[in-house]
Ligand binder design. Sequence first.
Ligand SMILES: C[S@@+](CC[C@H](N)C(=O)[O-])C[C@H]1O[C@@H](n2cnc3c(N)ncnc32)[C@H](O)[C@@H]1O
Length: 204
Amino acid sequence: MSAMIPDMENYFRGFIPPRDALLLALEEEAARESIPIVGPVVGELLYILARAAGARNILELGTASGYSAIYLARALPPGGKVISLELSDAMASRARANFLKAGLEKLVEVREGQALNLMAAMTATFDLIFLDIDKESYAPALSHCRRLLKVGGLLIADNVGFAGADAFNREICSQKSWRAVHLLSFLPQHSPEKDGLTLAVRVD
Ligand SMILES: C[S@@+](CC[C@H](N)C(=O)[O-])C[C@H]1O[C@@H](n2cnc3c(N)ncnc32)[C@H](O)[C@@H]1O
C-alpha cells in the first residue's frame, strides 16, 4: 500500500487556488478586521459546486463583505442571480460596494435583516442555498431551506464543526427530506482551518 504524504496540512497549503486582486484584498481586509469569510478553498468549492449544479437561483445566508457571494455569482449561468441575506447594514453596504468593484452588481442582491425572518417571507425557489450565519440559526433555518430549495437542490453549510451547529447536524441527518454528509476538513485560510462542511441534497 502506498504511504501517506507526510505533513499533509503543509503539503495541501501548496494547492490554495489562485484568485484575483479584489478577492485577495478582501482576504487581507478580513484578516485585519476579523471578518470570518470562507477563504479561497471553500470559495473555490462554492464555485465548483454551483457551476457543476448549473445553479441559476442561489440563496446565501450571511453576506459579510461579499467574498463568498462573488464566487457564487461568478459561477452563475446567463440570467442567473444570487440573493444574499445580511443582518448588518454596514456589512451589506460594504458588500454592495464590492459587487460593484467586481462588476457583479446586477447579479447579486443583498437583503438586509434577520435571515430567518427574511426567509419566512420568501416564496421563490432556489437551486442552491449556502448557509453561513450564526450557527444557532442553522437548525431553525432548515425548514425554510427545505421549502425554498427545489427537489434535487443543493444545500451547503459552512462551520458545522461549531457547537452551535450540533442541532442542525443531527436534524439534517435524521430527516427523510435530505441526503446529507458532514465533511470534517482541513481548509487553509478558512476561519477556522479545521472545520466541518455539510453537503446535502433535498430528496423529498
Ligand atoms: C461568517 S459571516 C459570512 C461570511 C461570508 N459568507 C463570506 O464567506 O464571505 C456571517 C455573516 O452573517 C451575518 N449574520 C449572522 N447571523 C445572521 C442572521 N441570523 N441573519 C442574517 N445575517 C446574519 C453576520 O453579520 C456576518 O456578516
